[in-house]
Design a protein around this ligand. Structure first.
Ligand SMILES: Nc1ncnc2c1ncn2[C@@H]1O[C@H](COP(=O)(O)OP(=O)(O)OP(=O)(O)O)[C@@H](O)[C@H]1O
Length: 248
């Protein structure tokens, strides 16, 4: 379970201060898929980066399975599968070697590690990429390798920043099925997205963030009901554009 409590984060440059997070709070529960939706610049990536310890909050806290990220980031990292907004691959390694490297970092070894790598390649349907060097990989192939390295250790909690960007329809469906299967096994899955259809189809709860704050939260249906709209996209526009019926 991931609890985000009253997060504040500002970025100060020479002349300006940008308040990226302004008291954001929400909870992502085990056995559920929680989606973060928000317009460009709303604070989604800043929230996720704070959550996995890459940024330090000015105020507030993130608690993962009872552990405060600021107090014990390494312990929290063990239970997180992180798919970040920016990533790079070791171009000299094959996809298998890349995922193997991350599995080793997570303390896996021997037959169990080999089995875990085989499983994640199979589940993400990327076996044919395993023994190719990643140099020259397409955007979608890079995404898949990065997802595999994030999830190979079967983390309890998944934190994914726009995980379907650049994926084709088939790959998106594979990932959706993968997330849905892991939710059923009790994993806590938190991801940000701009794709309404995906969020509506996949998420048990949706967190709508605007201007670094919680604008509204609920099931996709609850958000539609709250906004008096049939489609999540229309509800989203209404909820971020008006204070009426907005929770925060
Ligand atoms: N390192 C940084 N330095 C300065 N400003 C930053 C930095 N990171 C984020 N910001 C600013 O903080 C605000 C929130 O950015 P963030 O990337 O969290 O938004 P987002 O919701 O993920 O947006 P998008 O949907 O466009 O990816 C924006 O105004 C952004 O310009």
């Amino acid at each position: 379970m991931i609890e985000v409590k009253n997060l504040h984060k500002s970025f100060v440059s020479k002349k300006t201060t940008v308040k990226a997070l302004d008291g954001l709070s929400f909870t992502a529960k085990d056995g559920e898929i929680t989606g973060i939706l928000g317009p460009n610049g709303a604070g989604k990536t800043t929230c996720l980066r704070t959550l996995y310890g890459l940024l330090k909050a000015d105020e507030g806290s993130v608690i993962v399975d009872g552990i405060n990220v600021a107090e014990d980031p390494l312990a929290v990292r063990k239970s997180l599968g992180i798919f970040p907004d920016k990533f790079g691959l070791y171009e000299r390694l094959t996809a298998y070697e890349q995922v193997d490297y991350f599995a080793s970092i997570h303390g896996m070894h021997g037959a169990a590690k080999h089995q875990a790598i085989e499983t994640v390649f199979k589940e993400l349907e990327m076996t044919e990429l395993a023994h190719r060097r990643t140099t020259g990989f397409s955007q979608g192939q890079r995404m898949k390798v990065t997802l595999a390295q994030a999830l190979v250790h079967q983390p309890k909690n998944f934190v994914l920043d726009e995980p379907t960007r650049g994926l084709d329809v088939m790959s998106t469906r594979i990932l959706r099925n993968y997330l849905a299967a892991h939710k059923e096994k009790g994993h806590c899955i938190l991801f940000s997205s701009h794709v309404m259809q995906e969020v509506a189809a996949l998420c048990d709860r949706v967190i709508i963030v605007a201007n670094g704050k919680l604008a509204a939260e609920g099931t996709p249906q609850e958000l539609c009901d709250l906004a008096g709209e049939k489609l999540l996209e229309d509800a989203f526009v209404k909820l971020i554009g008006s204070d009426e019926g907005v929770a925060a």
